[in-house]
Design a protein around this ligand. Structure first.
Ligand code: ZN
Ligand code: ZN
Length: 352
């Protein structure tokens, strides 16, 4: 097997003449996931350069929308409906996706081997939270309305979590084609699956190890660091803040997090949900205004529905990732994102 290596040492000696005095980027490690990110802010001169100017969002008219007449369009009956106070018309509905990626099944989750691969059935839930208004973007909702959306998600989360075959429940919102939204009408999605996804697993295990070693939560430490540094905070309320993480994986990425430790999204008390909604409203409005209504993904990272005692060390939060850049070969092959705006500069720009 051993092959003789070619002698390149002469060429390498010559390349040393090209050593630079200053680094053009910085590799930063996420203390929660242990993932690396490269902050290479010299590749862009100003944050403004990244904004897609003159972007014309194609507004799909109501008449082609599958969420206008829900049942006529073949959607299932809702599992949850919410009305606004004193309003007759529904405000939001949660129902099963017409084309679900996962479904509950009477059979147990059977495991089999296919060659070297482990395979289990796609057991789970795939539901949509559809908002009544076709033209109103998530950024246009008031904090009171956003709190109703968050509480409806908590309620449905708790119902699904009673299914003991489920290990993780993912909640997300895709806005725009670049973010993967196939339907224009604003909606969120809930996907519950019988495994803990590997990206979460890295963060959960690292958070657990950090807790055991330091007797503190890694996200609480990050929050304290951000509060002390003050450079990357976009909004701060009494219980909740929004900031651009030091290890931002995308330009203008924002994390919204309860300042004090709460591991499970569904257990968050109303007072804190209200603060989350206030910070979320402000954040979405700033991003819409300053980044010219960008496509974005919003998702919740929370502790799984299993091993509650172990993962009480986790600290739930919301991540908002504007789709400014596209992951390419290096990112896909290594998992290291190259972020071309320093999060300090991103916040300066968003606050300007
Ligand atoms: Zn619609
Ligand atoms: Zn914490």
């Amino acid at each position: 097997m051993k092959q003789k290596k070619k002698n390149y040492s002469k060429n390498f000696q010559q390349s040393k003449n090209h050593l630079v005095k200053e680094y053009v980027s910085e590799l930063r490690q996420n203390p929660s996931s242990k993932d690396w990110v490269a902050i290479a802010s010299r590749r862009v001169k100003k944050p403004e350069e990244l904004i897609i100017k003159n972007q014309k969002r194609i507004v799909v008219p109501k008449k082609n929308c599958p969420f206008e007449n829900l049942q006529k369009s073949g959607n299932k009956s809702p599992v949850l409906i919410k009305y606004l106070p004193n309003k007759k018309n529904w405000f939001l509905q949660i129902f099963e996706n017409k084309y679900p990626a996962f479904q509950p099944n009477h059979n147990f989750i059977t495991e089999k081997k296919v060659g070297p691969y482990k395979v289990i059935g796609g057991y789970g839930y795939h539901e949509l939270l559809v908002l009544k208004d076709h033209y109103k973007l998530l950024a246009d909702y008031s904090s009171k309305e956003l709190a109703i959306i968050l509480e409806a998600l908590q309620e449905r989360y708790c119902q699904i979590a009673q299914d003991k075959k489920i290990q993780y429940i993912s909640i997300f919102h895709n806005w725009g084609k670049l973010a993967g939204a196939s339907v224009y009408h604003p909606h969120l999605q809930i996907i519950a699956i019988p495994v803990i996804p590997s990206r979460l697993k890295h963060s959960l295990i690292s958070s657990y190890n950090y807790w055991r070693k330091n007797h503190s939560c890694v996200h609480c430490e990050i929050n304290n660091f951000e509060l002390k540094e003050k450079k990357r905070i976009l909004i701060k309320e009494k219980n909740v803040m929004a900031f651009s993480p030091f290890i931002s994986v995308e330009p203008f990425a924002i994390r919204i997090i309860p300042i004090k430790h709460i591991s499970h999204f569904e257990e968050t008390p109303k007072e804190i949900i209200n603060s989350i909604a206030i910070v979320l409203e402000k954040t979405l409005k700033i991003l819409k205004k300053k980044l010219n209504n960008p496509d974005f993904n919003l998702f919740i990272h929370t502790a799984p529905t299993v091993e509650e005692n172990k993962y009480n060390c986790y600290h739930w939060h919301i991540e908002i990732i504007p789709k400014i850049s596209i992951s390419a070969g290096f990112e896909l092959s290594t998992g290291i994102e190259i972020t071309v705006i320093d999060p300090n500069e991103a916040i300066k720009f968003l606050k300007s």
